[in-house]
Design a protein around this ligand. Structure first.
Ligand code: NAD
Length: 289
């Protein structure tokens, strides 16, 4: 059996088209969605991510602002910029590209962003709302995965889901989102004793580990849905996921590729959150006498 491939590029293009139309309608009302991106240092991967985010904004008709700082910038300078952007009514989303250099306390920086402009969904307030099943800005990567599962027609109610990885930005929110849709969720991590025991009985496996080709076909239940969040650079410069695509696609029923899977959906959900923030700002503006 060869798995059906869930094409993240195609889905992202479709959703972004819809976002661009909604942005145009908002612009006609006098509100242009605006995302401000802060990049510190010269990490090449971060620079590529930021470039892609800015380009996606512009393609959707959003305004984007980019602030570059050298690696040795003092945290106070960046915190002052965040404060300024928090107070700017024309800015709807603020994103600080991670990782930050070691003089920064990432938690402090993320918490400095107003929850109302936290379009990455990393602020503790938004994470708390997500945990309680209330409306918030959802973290973009796991939310993109949820969209992919929906479009792929994957039934979540009662499904056994295994999330590999427990980071605050992917694994934990992913587990909460799957749980909220009725899946029975197991979170595996670096101290899990027998990973394959868990993955082999899962209807859905989400891999967010950061280790190339870590999940192999023999760890997957025949017909399962396999979502690969990983982005790893191989010595030959090519990108690969956390799943060994070649062996896994022979066993899975549905699988996402890398590249062209979850990655494009992450940026799409960032646009979606920024649009939503702009819409809230427009509604607030209209209701203010
Ligand atoms: P992280 O390093 O913060 O977390 C990795 C997790 O993997 C940890 O929770 C750890 O416990 C777990 N882990 C490590 N070794 C393990 C093992 N042997 N068995 C089971 N679990 C193990 O990483 P992250 O930020 O969550 O990112 C994970 C991957 O997803 C990375 O490859 C990253 O580049 C990628 N990523 C992709 C996107 C996207 O848009 N597609 C977004 C964010 C992250």
């Amino acid at each position: 059996m060869t798995a059906r491939i869930l094409d993240g590029n195609a889905l992202a293009a479709q959703v972004r088209e819809d976002i661009a139309q909604q942005a145009a309608a908002l612009i006609a009302q006098g509100v242009q969605p605006c995302l401000a991106v802060i990049l510190v240092g010269d990490n090449p991967a971060s620079a590529v991510y930021v470039r892609n985010k800015v380009a996606a904004c512009e393609k959707a008709g959003f305004r984007s602002l980019k602030f570059d700082y050298p690696a040795d910038v003092s945290p106070e300078v960046v915190l002052a910029k965040i404060d300024e952007l928090n107070r700017d009514p024309l800015v709807h989303g603020i994103l600080v590209q991670l990782p930050l250099p070691k003089q920064f306390n990432e938690e402090e920086v993320l918490e400095a962003i107003s929850p109302a402009k936290d379009v990455d969904g990393f602020h503790a307030e938004n994470f708390g709302l997500l945990l309680q099943g209330r409306k918030s800005f959802y973290p973009c990567t796991p939310w993109g995965v949820m969209k992919m599962l929906e479009v792929g027609g994957v039934s979540l109610k009662g499904a056994e889901a295994v999330v590999i990885g427990r980071s605050n930005i992917v694994g934990k929110p992913m587990a909460v989102m799957l749980l909220s849709q009725g899946a029975t969720v197991t979170v595996c991590h670096s101290q899990t004793r027998d990973l394959a025991f868990h993955t082999k009985r899962a209807d859905i496996v989400v891999a967010a580990v950061g280790k190339p080709k870590f999940v192999t076909g023999d760890m997957i239940k025949p017909g399962a849905t396999v979502i690969d969040v990983g982005i790893n650079r191989l010595p030959d410069g090519k990108l690969c996921g956390d799943v060994d695509f070649e062996s896994a696609k022979e066993v899975a029923g549905l699988i996402t590729p890398v590249p062209g899977g979850v990655g494009p959906m992450t940026i799409t959900m960032l646009l979606s959150n920024t649009l939503e923030s702009a819409r809230r700002a427009a509604a607030h503006f209209q209701s203010t006498p």
